[in-house]
Design a binder for this molecule. Structure first.
Ligand code: SAM
Ligand code: DTB
Ligand code: SF4
Length: 342
């Protein structure tokens, strides 16, 4: 095996066999390659920190087999109305004080109604005024809707491919893969950054995990952020009871994502609450450089802030600061708590 790693360029022509071959490397070799790529593009001690808020929970008409917010599954999640901009601002202030640099607003919609857009736009304006990066995940978006959100100051739009194209129909039937690609195109067209990843541990094969990463890396532009979620199994959803994924296979998925999309933020996303500190450390070593931070994801749990601060301190990690061009107003200076050495 050659010790020389060719300088990678941003490739959009990955074939499945190449990615599968990376998955099949000895674990230590794969980690070494991914860590080398990570260092070429980022400071490996820095981790980008996003906080999520569900601004409209549950009651969703879609049938995503993993999702506790789909109305058709009986998961105990109660449907709520859209939160007020004031209530969202309050949560965003708390997230900033705890050390988050990006605030992501999620809604359990198939797609927003046009009448919802001005309400979400107001939330975005208010969150942006705190100097936070803004992200939203609201379902499928038309071009005009994407433009209105961009005009309000939205930095990122999250819309996941979720799984490989050939596995998709086993998980979701109420919308097509192509619908997802169309939304991502509308987001790119208006100049917003994309946050796009998927879920592993949904009973897919290794080849299908490679297929998800292939679909992501071969998009016209690599997503700026790539959330890799490990399925959070929720009772009442069809995927509850799926065989658990080998934790090392999860780390391999992170490593291959890092190699295939060298300049993207690879986010160690849902599923961290059930992960040991050691497993998370392996994910950071494999090139993950972003997390969701705060005790809740959308409806399920996430490690509490104290646990993450202790983990960052033990591993010598720091939270990445907001890029200057993303932060408009800095009304107050809040020292990020996450990432400060103990
Ligand atoms: N409703 C919008 C949509 O689906 O596009 C936005 C919110 S939706 C909850 C955002 C993403 O969360 C999904 O695409 C999926 O990747 C992830 N997600 C939802 N439930 C999950 C679970 N139980 N485990 C891991 N990830 C999950
Ligand atoms: C993403 O890829 N993961 C986040 C975010 N984007 C919106 C959502 C995870 C949701 C986990 C299940 C829940 O809390 O409801
Ligand atoms: Fe609805 Fe989004 Fe959940 Fe699918 S993932 S059921 S679209 S909230």
């Amino acid at each position: 095996m050659s010790a020389v790693i060719p300088p990678e360029i941003l490739r959009h022509d990955w074939d499945r066999a190449e990615l599968l071959a990376l998955f099949e490397l000895p674990f230590t070799e794969l980690l070494h390659r991914a860590a080398s790529v990570h260092r070429r593009h980022f400071d490996p001690a820095e981790v980008q920190v996003s906080t999520l808020l569900s601004v409209k929970t549950g009651g969703c008409p879609e049938d995503c087999g993993y999702c506790p917010q789909a109305q058709r599954y009986h998961t105990g999640v109660e449907a709520t109305k859209l939160m007020s901009a004031e209530a969202v601002l309050d949560k965003a202030r708390q997230a900033k004080a705890a050390g988050a640099s990006r605030f992501c607003m999620g809604a359990a919609w198939r797609s927003p109604k046009d009448r919802d857009i001005p309400k979400v736009a107001e939330m975005i304006r208010q969150v942006k005024s705190l100097g936070l990066e803004t992200c939203a995940t609201l379902g499928m978006l038309g071009h005009g809707q994407a433009q209105a959100l961009k005009d309000a100051g939205l930095d990122y739009y999250n819309h996941n491919l979720d799984t490989a194209p050939e596995h998709y129909g086993d998980i979701i039937r109420t919308r097509e893969y192509q619908d997802r690609l169309d939304t991502l195109e509308h987001v790119r067209e208006v100049g917003m950054k994309t946050c796009c990843g998927g879920i592993v541990g949904m009973g897919e094969t290794r080849e299908q995990r490679a297929g998800l990463l292939q679909a992501l890396a071969n998009l016209p532009a690599h997503p700026d952020s790539v959330p890799i979620n490990r399925l959070v199994q929720v009772a009442g959803t069809p995927l509850h009871g799926t065989a658990l994924l080998d934790p090392f296979e999860f780390v391999r998925t992170i490593a291959v994502a890092r190699i295939a999309m060298p300049r993207s933020m690879v986010r160690l996303s849902a599923g961290r609450e059930e992960m040991s500190d050691e497993l998370q450390a392996l994910c950071f070593a494999a090139g993950a450089n972003s997390i969701f931070y705060g005790e809740k994801l959308l409806t399920t749990g996430n490690p509490d802030v104290e646990r993450d601060q202790a983990l960052f301190a033990r591993l010598g990690l720091r939270s990445m600061q907001v890029a200057a061009e993303s932060a408009t107003v800095h009304a107050e200076i809040v020292e990020p708590a996450c990432g400060q050495a103990a």
